[in-house]
Design a protein around this ligand. Structure first.
Ligand code: ATP
Length: 494
């Protein structure tokens, strides 16, 4: 809630129960699903198209996803060997690539492809007055209650505690009075741990942009309308984190503040709604799983004139993973007031025209985006009576673009395969060399990892210099000259 009891940036307080996946809750990770050997000839799902064929999107999807993420090295519990840390996760070798690809896709669309947006990388630790000006010290709170019987803590505005019954031990009438709990993590700057040295881990990246508004404006020679974008860590001491990487205490945001002349803000709001939905679709996410949710008057943050969430239907319901907000001139006005520095924009043509710009913000979570990408890509095919698990990731997001297999470990095939693997790496294309197990098993491993293409070097390679490239989604196979494989892949993975 923001100052005066109004919601602050926590635009959505609709909650859902934890899935039981939180390691802090002491639940073991589900065991790996069994999967079977090679199959063939399933219909094609082109990148960006809805999956076809037999699919599983049931309640156990989250369990399967968590299990697959651990098994294949996407996401691990933080500090697992010590029993895990509550709702903090580490990205493994494949996960770090996936998340980096999500962030790169965002940066390319929001910064590199546009003349009117500049990038920024502001520090996590900021002057404590920033958080007074933004309203976070006073108002970035959730109502916290505790069950006197089992001592579990909950958010008082959560649906499952509204009836006064503890969702953990089942007792009634045992809740304490709600008290406002500030979600910002505190720490100390310098060697003395006193009130004067208190600083916060930023709960959003946006404020780093607002305080640099004048710096970027003067150094980049931009004119309004223009935007500033950044990707970075944010921290919130969430009372009820959970649902894997959906709600965590440490996460990454991809935020852009677009500064516009007051009066043009509604047009820009429409522009950014449309742009952001198009970007999400460009990741291959199915349209029927996406929708806008407009904030009603009771959900709107105190500074916001209007706000829309982009929501995805996860197994635990429709959930926000990006917000598009009209923040008006609230933030710049407050920083001007608290810092004493003028944050006005002076029109370079008509110098009498001065105003504090309005801001249209697009605010997405990199981790939540990674989660919806994974959830949307997970499927199980059944082909000729056999089952396989596939991550049908868009090739531009897939951690490994091509896997290279020598059919056998003789006749010079490993050498040819190793050379191709090396050529791909040299071009910066993540490739994976695998010579162990049957070809079917090697395909299965790559299907689960989300690798869109596999190249097999076989006897025919020695005769005519071609390799077989197999498509993860169609299982179609095509022969491509080994010399042309790098270009063949490059054109398909961007
Ligand atoms: P929620 O209602 O889910 O708590 P919010 O409305 O507080 O989210 P914003 O403050 O608008 O979220 O943050 C923008 C984006 O940052 C969210 O859409 C989400 O993708 C991401 N985000 C916010 N909080 C978390 C969190 N605890 N864990 C992971 N991502 C988060």
């Amino acid at each position: 809630m923001g100052p005066g009891g109004l919601p602050l940036h926590r635009s959505s307080d609709r909650e859902f129960p934890e899935s039981g996946l939180d390691p802090a809750a002491g639940h073991p990770l589900p065991s790996a699903p069994h999967f079977f050997d090679a199959d063939d000839h399933v219909p094609r799902r082109a990148p960006g198209e809805p999956p076809i064929g037999r699919m599983t999107h049931d309640d156990s999807l989250m369990d399967k996803l968590v299990s697959l993420c651990k098994r294949r090295g996407y996401v691990f519990q933080s500090s697992e060997i010590y029993g895990g840390t509550g709702s903090v996760w580490d990205y493994g070798p494949l996960g770090v690539e996936l998340k980096r690809n999500v962030k790169d896709a965002w940066w390319n669309a929001m910064v590199r492809a546009r003349d009117d947006i500049e990038g920024l990388d502001a520090a996590i630790l900021m002057h404590p007055r920033v958080w007074e000006a933004s309203g976070h010290v006073e108002g970035f709170t959730d109502p916290l209650i505790e069950c006197r019987n089992c001592h579990r803590r909950f958010r008082a505005d959560q649906e499952d505690v509204q009836e006064g019954q503890c969702p953990s031990c089942g007792k009634r009438g045992t809740f304490t009075e709600p008290r406002q709990f500030n979600l910002m993590f505190k720490t100390f700057m310098g060697p003395v741990e006193d009130e004067a040295a208190t600083v916060y881990l930023r709960p959003e990246t946006a404020q780093g942009i607002f305080v640099n508004f004048q710096n970027v404006l003067t150094t980049s020679r931009q004119r309004i309308p223009f935007g500033i974008a950044q990707i970075g860590k944010a921290f919130r001491n969430e009372i009820t984190p959970g649902n894997f990487i959906f709600r965590t205490r440490e996460f990454e945001q991809m935020e852009m503040q677009f500064f516009v002349e007051p009066g043009t803000d509604e047009e820009w709001m429409e522009h950014w709604k449309e742009q952001r939905m198009a970007w999400v679709r460009s990741l291959g996410i199915r349209a029927e799983k996406l929708r806008f949710h407009e904030h009603g008057p009771d959900e709107l943050a105190h500074y916001a004139k209007s706000a829309f969430d982009i929501e995805y239907e996860l197994p635990f319901g429709w959930q926000e993973f990006e917000g598009i907000h009209n923040r008006t001139d609230f933030d710049l006005r407050r920083h001007q007031e608290y810092s004493g520095k003028k944050l006005e924009y002076v029109d370079p043509v008509d110098r009498d025209k001065r105003y504090i710009p309005y801001v249209i913000e697009t605010s997405a979570g990199a981790d939540r985006t990674a989660l919806i990408v994974l959830a949307d890509a997970y499927r199980e095919d059944e082909v000729e009576g056999e089952r396989r698990v596939v991550l049908s990731l868009h090739p531009k997001l897939a951690p490994i673009k091509l896997a290279v297999f020598p059919l056998v470990k003789k006749d010079g095939l490993p050498e040819l395969a190793a050379r191709l693997h090396g050529d791909l790496r040299e071009r910066g294309i993540p490739s994976f060399y695998d010579d162990s197990g049957s070809i079917g098993k090697r395909y299965r491993r790559q299907d689960e990892a989300g690798t869109p293409f596999c190249a097999t070097i076989d006897g025919q390679t020695n005769e005519d210099g071609t390799v077989t490239i197999r498509d993860r989604d169609t299982l179609a196979q095509e022969r491509v000259a080994i010399e042309g494989v790098v270009e063949w892949v490059v054109t398909r993975v961007v």
